[in-house]
Design a protein around this ligand. Structure first.
Ligand SMILES: [Zn+2]
Length: 115
C-alpha cells in the first residue's frame, strides 16, 4: 500500500490519544496543549498530535496532527517544539469544534490557531 493511500492520510482524528505516546503538556502562552506522538500501525508513518481548548470559550476545541519528517530525532521532541513542528509540516489534518469539522487537510506552511 502506498503511504498516500493509507487511512492515516484521511481527514480524521484517528486514535492518536488512546494509542499514541503522550509527550506532555505545552505551556507556551499558558495554553495547556496536550501533545502526543502516534505511529500509524498500517504504514508506520509518525504523526505529531496536538489538542487544546479554552474552556471559557465555546467552540474553542481544536486538534492538529502533522506528519513528522522521517529524519527527525523523534525521542528528542518536547511539547514546546510542537507549535513549530506543526506549523512547518508539509501535511497536516486539523479538526474540532473550533473548525466545526471532523477533519480538514492543510498542506504547506501555515500558522495554525494555537491560541
Ligand atoms: Zn498510515
Amino acid at each position: 500500500m502506498a503511504m498516500d493511500d493509507c487511512e492515516c492520510m484521511q481527514p480524521r482524528q484517528l486514535a492518536c490519544e488512546s494509542q499514541g505516546e503522550f509527550i506532555g503538556v505545552d505551556m507556551s502562552n499558558s495554553r495547556y496543549g496536550d501533545v502526543w506522538r502516534y505511529q500509524c500501525p498500517q504504514c508506520q508513518q509518525q504523526w505529531l498530535f496536538y489538542r487544546v481548548e479554552y474552556p471559557s470559550f465555546s467552540q474553542s476545541g481544536r486538534w492538529f496532527r502533522a506528519l513528522l519528517d522521517a529524519s527527525l530525532a523523534l525521542d528528542s521532541i518536547t511539547p514546546a517544539d510542537a507549535e513549530t513542528l506543526l506549523n512547518r509540516a508539509s501535511y497536516r489534518i486539523v479538526g474540532g469544534s473550533y473548525y466545526q469539522s471532523a477533519g480538514i487537510v492543510i498542506r504547506g506552511e501555515t500558522t495554525l490557531p494555537f491560541d
